[in-house]
Write a protein that binds this ligand. Structure first.
Ligand code: AMP
Ligand code: TRP
Length: 330
């Protein structure tokens, strides 16, 4: 299999529906035709302060979430970023191929540092995209499936790879392609359809978390913001309904236009009640599987150890090649 895929999510909290529909759902179908590596990017998570115990727990919960969503440990590697030291090592080399101006233009950095003084912004948050470039380039993947908000980081990764290759006149790095879902690349907040669903949103009503029980899901969907009017239809003038219909469509595999037909003459209330059940039906087995993995720490350890071994094997070869190309070592 010559096609290789790499992606990752930060263990900075419980995963949410946006993570699943924007990223993980694509992983599951792509893993069948790619050699796949799924990383839990814990080094990225510490760009915001984390409670050590909670971080450790979250790392294992994210691993269990990947598995529960359908990542197949027989086919794909699941590993924790900090267990493969080449990530941090390559990031240093790549930082010397990255311009300050490029990092200053990153919208995620601008968003996360908004309203803060220079004394409150750590340098890791600024250089975060360089570490992400290292995560990717180490594995020479052909595909990097992520949500829309990562487009700019993927573009930077491509530029860094090309700059390095051009400078040394080598083919060391494969210039990777981002893979974005045609629908669901940007799931919006339930309480605010103008901003993406995010675990760092001020209100819990923004997202459906992997740990929400059925009643919480029902409550959140019931309270979800809707548009003016009463027709259950998608459209540019209906951002809230478009988002809810997109979620319904992606979880059921039905076309939005087909779902709209079911609700002709019915109101938002009926639609929301059924959408809540669609989400509950998707989430309940995921939660059961997560619990099964979390209740069997030895099995999770075996899966992570195997993933780490595979990742290390690939990453070390690339890192050696980079060091040799640059002239490092003796
Ligand atoms: P993060 O939680 O920022 O580590 O994101 C992990 C993955 O989920 C990335 O591929 C993101 O692009 C994707 N993602 C996060 N939030 C959303 C969202 N609201 N809609 C679609 N994809 C998302
Ligand atoms: N920056 C990504 C996010 O916030 C997470 C990430 C880190 C990632 N390294 C990666 C995604 C490598 C894909 C590949 O969502």
């Amino acid at each position: 299999m010559s096609k290789r895929l790499l992606s990752g999510i930060q263990p900075s909290g419980e995963l949410h529906l946006g993570n699943y529909l924007g990223a993980i759902k694509q992983w599951i179908s792509l893993q069948q035709v790619h050699e796949s590596l799924f990383c839990i990017v814990d080094l990225h998570a510490i760009t915001a302060r984390q409670d050590p115990k909670k971080l450790h727990e979250n790392i294992r919960r994210v691993a269990a979430s990947y598995l529960a969503c359908g990542v197949d440990p027989q086919e794909s590697a699941i590993f924790v970023q900090s267990s493969v030291s080449a990530h941090a090592e390559l990031a240093w080399v790549l930082s010397t191929f990255t311009q300050m101006g490029e990092l200053e233009r990153m919208t995620q950095f601008k968003d996360k540092s908004k309203g803060k003084g220079a004394g409150q912004i750590n340098a890791g948050l600024f250089t975060y995209p360089v570490l992400m470039a290292a995560d990717i380039l180490l594995y020479k993947p052909t595909a990097v499936p992520v949500g829309d908000d990562q487009k700019q980081h993927i573009e930077l990764t491509r530029n860094i790879a090309e700059r390095f290759n051009n400078y040394y006149k080598t083919e060391t790095f494969v210039v990777p392609e981002g893979v974005f879902p045609s629908s669901g690349a940007r799931i919006m907040g339930l309480d605010d359809p103008t901003a993406k669903m995010s675990k760092s949103a001020p209100s819990d009503l923004n997202f459906i978390s992997f740990s929400d029980d059925a009643d919480v899901v029902r409550k959140k969907v019931k309270k979800a913001v809707t548009d003016s009017g009463s027709d259950v239809t998608a459209g540019d003038d209906k951002p809230a309904l478009t988002n809810l219909l997109t979620i319904y469509s992606l979880l059921t595999g039905r076309e939005v236009s087909d779902i709209e037909k079911d609700y002709v003459g019915k109101g938002y209330g009926d639609f929301k009640a059924e959408l809540a059940e669609v989400i509950v039906e998707w989430l309940a087995p995921v939660q059961l599987e997560m619990k099964r993995y979390l209740d069997d720490p030895a099995q999770l350890d075996i899966i992570l150890a195997a993933g780490t071994e595979q990742a290390n094997r690939i990453a070390q070869v690339t890192l050696d090649e980079v060091y040799k190309t640059v002239g490092l070592g003796y």
